[in-house]
Structure formats: C-alpha cells, structure tokens
Ligand binder design. Sequence first.
Ligand SMILES: Nc1ncnc2c1ncn2[C@@H]1O[C@H](COP(=O)(O)OP(=O)(O)OP(=O)(O)O)[C@@H](O)[C@H]1O
Length: 770
Amino acid sequence: MNKESENQIKDELAERQRLEDVIQVIKKKKIALKEKASGLRESIIDLRKDFWDDVTVNLDEPDDIIETQASLKQQAEFLAERERSHGNIDHERKTLDSLQDSPYFGRIDFKENQTKEEEKIYIGKASLMDEKDENFLVYDWRAPISSMYYDYAPGPAQYESTEDTINGEITLKRQYIIRQGQMKGMFDTGLTIGDTLLQHALGNNANTKMQSIVATIQKEQNKIIRNERSNLLIVQGVAGSGKTSAALQRVAYLMYRFREELNANDLLLLSPNPLFSSYIINVLPELGETNIGQSTFLQFLRKRIEKNIEIESPFEQIEYTLTERHKDKNDIRVINMDYKSSLDFKQMIDSYISYLNHTGILFKNIKFRNEIILSKEEITRYFYALDSSISIPNKLELVSKWLLKEIRHIQQKEVSEDWVLEEMQLLDKEDYQKAFTYSQDMYGDEDDPLQEEMFLRKEVIQRAFAPIKKQIKRLKFVHVLATYRNLFEKWEPNLKPKNWETIATFTVKHLNKRYLTWEDATPYVYFKGKILGHDADRSIRHLFIDEAQDYSAFQFAFIRHIFPYTRMTLLGDVNQGIYAHTTSENPLIPDAVESNHERITLTKSYRSTKEIVEFSKHFAPGHSIIEPFEREGKKPTLLQTENNLVQTLLLEIEKLRRYGHETIALICKTMEETNQIYELLRKEIDLYPINEETFSFEKGILVLPVYLAKGIEFDAVIIPDASSNQYNRESERALFYTACTRAMHDLTMVSPGEPCLFIKEADNDTFKVG
Ligand SMILES: Nc1ncnc2c1ncn2[C@@H]1O[C@H](COP(=O)(O)OP(=O)(O)OP(=O)(O)O)[C@@H](O)[C@H]1O
C-alpha cells in the first residue's frame, strides 16, 4: 500500500471516529435537554394548577384592584416565560434530532493569515458546541465563516466577520453524505461544490415536496441568499436554476442573521398558485425555521375587495387567451388586458382621482328601517364643501365623524318612537334586570318604571344603530364600485388612449354585473385604496415575489405602493412569462425598474438533464444564456401519432414507469385540453387531474395545464399534444418552454400531426423521433 492510500485510510478512520464522537455529544445533550424539559414541564403544570394561589386577589378598594392586576400580570408573565423556554427546548430538541441524523455536510480547513492557525470548520444545518459549550463542533451554514465553503475553492479565501475582513487560505474542502448518523460517502472537492454530491441530489426521483439545497448551494446562488445590502434584489434565472430554492434559503438566512429583529410574520412570499404553496411548505421547517406567510396574488387582492364582487382568477384569464376561439389580436379582451396592465392606465386613475377631489365621488344613502335618514346628496354636499386641499381619505374621515354625530341626533329623536316600545318586548330578561339595577343605582330604592323604560329604549336604539355606525366607520357610505365605473362611463379623460371607447364599454358591461376581470382587479384595489386610504402595509419587512415575470407593470407599481418601505426580492424568468401582459415594462427586464436595485442572473439549469436543457434552449423566448448542469440522460422523444393517441400515451407512461419514474406529468396547454386528456385516459389508468383548487399532489400520474405546473417539477413530462395545431402562436412559446422544463429526467412530446414550430427550431440531433 502506498503512502497516499495509507493516509487516505487514516483520514477516513479519523472522520468516522469524529462522527461517532459528535453523535455521542448530541445524544448526551438530548438527555440533558430531556431532564431540563421535564423539570420545566412540571413547573408549568404546577404553575397552571396553582395559578390563583400565588395571586393576591383583593377587589375592595381601587388600590387593591391595581395591586391585584399587577400580581396577576406578574404571574401570567412568569408562566409565559416558562412556556417560552419550553418552546425553545422543543425547538432545540428538533435541531438535535436533525443533527443526530446528519450533523454536517461539509468541512473546510482554513488557515488565517494573521494567526497562522489552521482550524477545521465543519458545516451543518445548525451550530453544535462541545459538551463544555466552549468550541464549535459544527458551524451553522449561515455563520459568516461558513460562507467560504460556498464561495471558494481551496486556495486564498476571505470572509466578513462582525468586525473585520478575515483573510487566509482554504487548505482542504470536503463533503460528506451522512444519513441516520452513518457516513455514506466523503469527497474532497475542487472548484465548485461537489459535482458528485450535486449529481447525487439531482439524480434522485422528483419529490412532491421541495427539498432544501443547503449542502450544495452554488456560488451564484449564495450571492442571492446572503445579500444584505440591497432593498430591491432582482433575480433573473433560467428554468431550473434554483431561484425558488435560493429564495427559501435566503429566508432562512435572513431569519438567522437578523434573529433579534425579524420573525416569521415580518416576511411574506407571493407565490404563483396554491399547489406551489404546498410544494415548498417543508423547506423552511427542514432548515429549522418557521414557515413565513404565503399568499397568491389573487388571495392578496381578494382580501381587499368587497365580498359581493366576483373576481376572475388569473388562470381563467389565461384560459381565455389561450383558447383557440380568442386568438384574434384585435379581441377586445386582449386590448383591455394590454391597457389595464400598463402604467398608462395607472396614470389615468391618478388623474381621475385628482378630478374626484373636486366632484364625482358617488355616495350611498344611509337607510334605517327602510327609510333614508341621510341622503347621498347631503353626504355629497358635505364632502365637497370641505377644503379641496384636504386629501380624499382625510375628507372621508371628516365625513364619517360628521355622519356619526348626525346619527346620534337621529338616535335621540328615534328613542321616543312607538317602534322602540315594540322592540323592547323582544329584549331579554337580563336586559330588564339591568334596567332595574340601573334605576336602583341612579334613583335609589324606589322602583321607577319611567327610568327603566328610558333605559330599555336607549338599549334598543343602541343595538339598532350599531350596524349602521360600524358601516360608517368603515366608510361603506362611499360607492367605490360605481365611482370606479364612472371612470369609464361618465368621465372624459384629457388624453384618451387608443380604443378607449371599446375598453370603456367592455369594462362597464362587467362592472354592472359586479364582476372584475383579472386585469381590472389590481387597478380597482389601487383605486379603492387611494380613495379610502390606509392601504400601505408597514408590517412586512421583506417581500419575496416568485415567478415575478408574470406580474404586469401595473401590478408591480401597486405592490410598491402597498409596501413602500419593504425590502423586496423578485425572482423570475423572462422565458417563462405566460401571461399576455408580460411586457417590456416588467421589472425583470433591465431599465424598467427603480434605479436603486441589484440584479443577479443565473444561467445554469440544475433541474433537467443536459439533453433536456440542450433541446429546450433552442426555442426559449429570451436571448439569455442557458447552460446545462452536466447530468446525462436520454434525449427528449417526439412521438408522431395519427389516430392512436390513447394507445401511444399508455405505452409511453408504461415505459417511463419501467425506468423507475414515480411522478409523471401530462402537461397540457389549457384546462380544456387537460379535461379532454383526463376523459380519454381515466378508464384505462389511475391518473390525477389537477385544477386551480388543488392544494397538494401525490406521486403518480398527473394531468394538468402548464400554468398550474409553474415552479414545480416531475420525474418525467409528457406533452400530449405538441402539434402545430395546439402550439402555433408566438405568444405560446414561453408556455411550451415552461412545459418542457418541468421535466427532470425524461421528456416526451406526442404530436398528432405536424409537430409545432418550436420543436422544429431545435437542432435535429437534440431529440429523437420515436
Ligand atoms: N444548488 C443546488 N443544489 C441542489 N439542487 C439544486 C440546487 N439548485 C437547484 N437545485 C434543484 O434544481 C431544481 C430546480 O430548482 P428551483 O425550482 O429552485 O428552480 P427555479 O429557478 O425556481 O425553477 P423554475 O423557474 O423553472 O420554476 C430543484 O429540484 C432544486 O432542488
């Protein structure tokens, strides 16, 4: 045996020994923690049981009451503090469990220039100290020193400590695969983080839940994850380049880095569809962090729109534009979408709002018992008599105060009406008792029926007017929808855009049915916020927007308006813009955004095999560079069929299953096609149709429209109709590209008839005809 192999064996033995030692430490820590937890649990149970014993309750004098309150508060705080500690212990226990399974995944040996000392730095999902809590056995991957693991190959390296830049040299970089506490593999790596480990991670079957990439984060991705300085970080990354993965790792990083200031409620992720939301749900808990708030943009808008107004979903909108019947570019709907997505329309709303400051806001009558008690004319007069320099929301606040005062006068008049007496009969026994006690307290022992009656009358009046007052406080007397409608119906804009009359007629038709098309939903909420005020959200500190290419310029401007002080990370791919309104105004396109931003571009695609990337990049809509990660597979297959579609699909599914694929997706262009394919195959095979209400999926055979497959991946993808009949418009290029790039290992396109133009654009040797 030569010296080198001898050293290698020694080294491996030492690593195995260290792993065992570390696991021993973890086990001991778990035992100690268990004891601490049981002590704490008992003390919490005792505290809850004896809560009142330790509180001095005395309500005799005002001073005693204050003392009682203080004593109660102290006791409650004491209990809460114990419960918090118990929660922390629980968190610590989960961390130790996870470390026991796999305590670390990487190591660098770093020699500092100044001290000349070399330290072995082991990196894992969380930090671990030795038994005396003196030295780090494992560093958290987010610690400053760990950044070098992701950023440098062996050789000169540096990192930013809290005070200074530390320079030195990495003399060794090593990776481990440790599962169930056992060393399964160990590699010394060079330039990038272990192709071996990455190959291993990417070669596995697709998961129905996304996994964290902590062990194999790439240098470019690390820049996104650890970026602290920019207020607006824009990531343009090709399909499968790890944008979503990086975004979630970034959340975990920020929560660690700013743990004193940030908690999960301060972060929000806007995601493309409910299926995606559940797809990523495990990543943060796997990294030891709590999940942050998540919402689709539709859910976000829905919360801000009146319940009795129906909103079209973005998917219904896409379905409309993709359906063959509406392919005409002059389709009024498409014209409407284009205009309502633009900043020009936002400007038009702004000038309409300036106009409304002088005239034009519509109000509703305030009715009581079917009678108008305050008319819309009176409200209008009061509103427009207020100084025009006061903003509309502030004027509405003044109107609201005035209305409440008027209501009080009306209440005083109504109290002696006959209907009040009738309603009094319906009051509870307790109310009569209260009236009696009140009269006793106020007017001595003698029973005073008149006072009691007055008390009860007032009670009836208070209850009857309570809903009206609530509505007034919520500014419900403003007829927002009708005022918005007048923008199109009555108002004469100075500068009318092209096709204004057609757009206006189309919009009014829908608003009359209390229906907002998707392109009108954001403008409406923007308008409503500007009129009623209070629309800025200052509670969110970081906003993440995934699939950012699918937002229109108007939607972005609106988001900025709602979150004026929030830091933002936008992640997207211009190649995957599937909405008709993705225009040159989208912020992912340079120059379209605020000047103060930072842009990171990811060009390497990790999801799909080299063959799938080499094929699909030929017809990617943008002109961006797309590089494959070197993972070999089979070339995509094109199957041309004439009239045996069902047979072809069944045979192909069977073949893909034989290859070991567990998640096979039949990706269609529309929901209409999805339903057709489902109907064709459902009697032959078990398959799961997915629609916009599907919240999660299991392994198996799935059938879904491409817009619901956004952000998700499958072992194999079959495009059941890749013919020129189905994909024939330039605007469908991104859709076809998105469908192809959902495949990790295998891609099959079935074409009844002539294959689509996009396939023809690919080099012949990048796919095979089967
Ligand atoms: N550094 C990495 N280590 C291991 N796996 C990675 C890494 N980067 C990306 N991946 C894997 O590549 C796949 C694609 O990642 P992700 O979904 O984050 O990409 P994306 O850019 O958001 O994709 P798309 O825009 O196409 O939806 C996932 O399976 C992810 O786990």
